[in-house]
Design a binder for this molecule. Structure first.
Ligand code: LMR
Length: 398
């Protein structure tokens, strides 16, 4: 019966990594998958993570099951990080959180939960959005619609068009917003725009699902959750997916969480039983190791301080690279204004090249980027920035 199956095209992001590894060109540059790289092109294990692992190795005395909802200590730590202690307290029993296999697990769980509550819900995703959003959310059986988000000419958020489009969302629909460091464009909503989104959600009665995969990589741990906290304190319901892949560097450990805010405590209790049962039917229990690391860090003042410090180093390096890249392009005589790259946040920006130009960068220059022209800024370093800028100058004809 398997003979009827046709092979699918490779994943547009993940396929770049093996292609890069196999490329013998010594000048090759990996600006593909959203994985942080340091100045030497390595993706290090964070210092606090290493120490927490040593603690776990010495002290963990059982590998018995934890449960479908994961570790309570991790769930509370991740909710505190997202909402802050005061708001978390005031949400009280209206908020539940559940450990998931990465942010992807959280998104899928959120979609299945929405499908149980309202099978007719349409999920609205930004145009453009992370390519995995549609398959992840759509596989739960929900209809997906797109709202305009990024203007490739002005390199900014098309807020008026977004607002107008989402004015057509029905009560009970779900609008997916990126919490910070929009993937793929790096252009985030401003504070006033978040307030307008809140008012629109209240006015139209749609629900908001926030995907927060980059807390701490934009402006700071607190600054990056302005929108999350605003919506959590003012909307009757909210879904929030947190990922620890990037800010804890735990990619392969698949560590994330889904938090759901409901109108009342009893509804949240019912929601939790649904979420746990849905998790059980999918993966039974989330993997433990990454969550145990995060919990260990968050419950130890010293480790937490060192984690925050290293995260600030990561953030500062990315923001410094953004500025250096824009500067070097101008110095090389590239006429096009790339100043937007310096204003955008997180790991990603669009270079603003055509699909053909993106393909040429991979094929002719061994510079690996997503076909959409998205680059991972963290893949740039002092050793490769010269080659990158020279190649772009040649490609863009300046
Ligand atoms: C990315 O967007 O490159 C990352 O989130 C990695 C992934 O899973 O696609």
């Amino acid at each position: 019966m398997f003979d009827s199956l046709q092979a699918l095209p490779p994943d547009p992001i993940l396929a770049l990594t093996p292609a890069y590894r196999a490329d013998p060109n010594p000048d090759k540059i990996d600006l593909g998958a959203g994985v942080y790289k340091d100045e030497n092109g390595n993706t290090p294990v964070m210092r606090a993570v290493k120490k927490a692992e040593q603690t776990l190795l010495a002290e963990q005395d059982s590998k018995a099951y934890v449960g479908a909802g994961g570790a309570a200590g991790f769930n509370e730590a991740i909710a505190s990080l997202a909402f802050g202690e005061t708001l978390k307290q005031s949400l009280g029993e209206r908020r539940v959180s559940l450990q998931t296999p990465g942010g992807c697990g959280g998104l899928r769980l959120a979609a299945e939960f929405v499908a149980q509550a309202n099978p007719d819900a349409t999920v609205w995703v930004s145009d453009p959005t992370w390519p995995n959003h549609r398959p992840l959310l759509g596989a739960a059986g929900l209809e997906i619609a797109a709202y305009p988000y990024y203007d490739f000419d002005s390199h900014s958020v098309r807020f008026d068009a977004m607002f107008e489009s989402l004015s057509a969302a029905a009560a009970g629909d779900v609008v997916l917003l990126h919490g910070c460091c929009h993937n793929p464009c790096g252009a985030d909503l401003g504070r006033e725009q978040w307030r307008e989104m809140r008012d629109l959600a209240l006015d139209k009665g749609f629900n908001v699902l926030i995907d927060m995969a980059y807390q701490g990589l934009g402006d700071g741990l607190k600054e990056d959750v302005y929108g999350v906290r605003l919506l959590a304190e003012s909307l009757p319901e909210l879904l929030l997916v947190s990922s620890c892949s990037k800010n804890f560097g735990l990619y392969r450990e698949r560590t994330g969480a889904l938090s759901v805010i409901c109108r009342t405590g009893p509804v949240a209790k019912a929601a939790m039983s649904r979420l746990a049962a849905t998790a059980r039917a999918n993966w039974s229990m989330p993997p433990d190791h990454g969550a145990a690391i995060v919990q260990t860090i968050m419950e130890d003042d010293g480790l937490r301080a060192d984690w925050e410090l290293e995260l600030a180093e990561v953030r500062d390096r990315i923001n410094g690279l953004r500025a250096a890249f824009v500067r070097e392009l101008a110095t090389a005589g590239v006429e096009r204004d790339f100043g937007f790259i310096e204003r955008e946040k997180g790991m990603f920006s669009f270079l603003g090249v055509t699909t053909e130009q993106a393909e040429s960068l991979v094929r002719d220059y061994s510079i690996y980027l997503v076909k959409s022209g998205r680059i991972n800024i963290a893949g740039i370093n002092r050793a490769n920035i010269g080659y990158l800028v020279r190649s772009l100058a040649e490609l863009l004809g300046s």
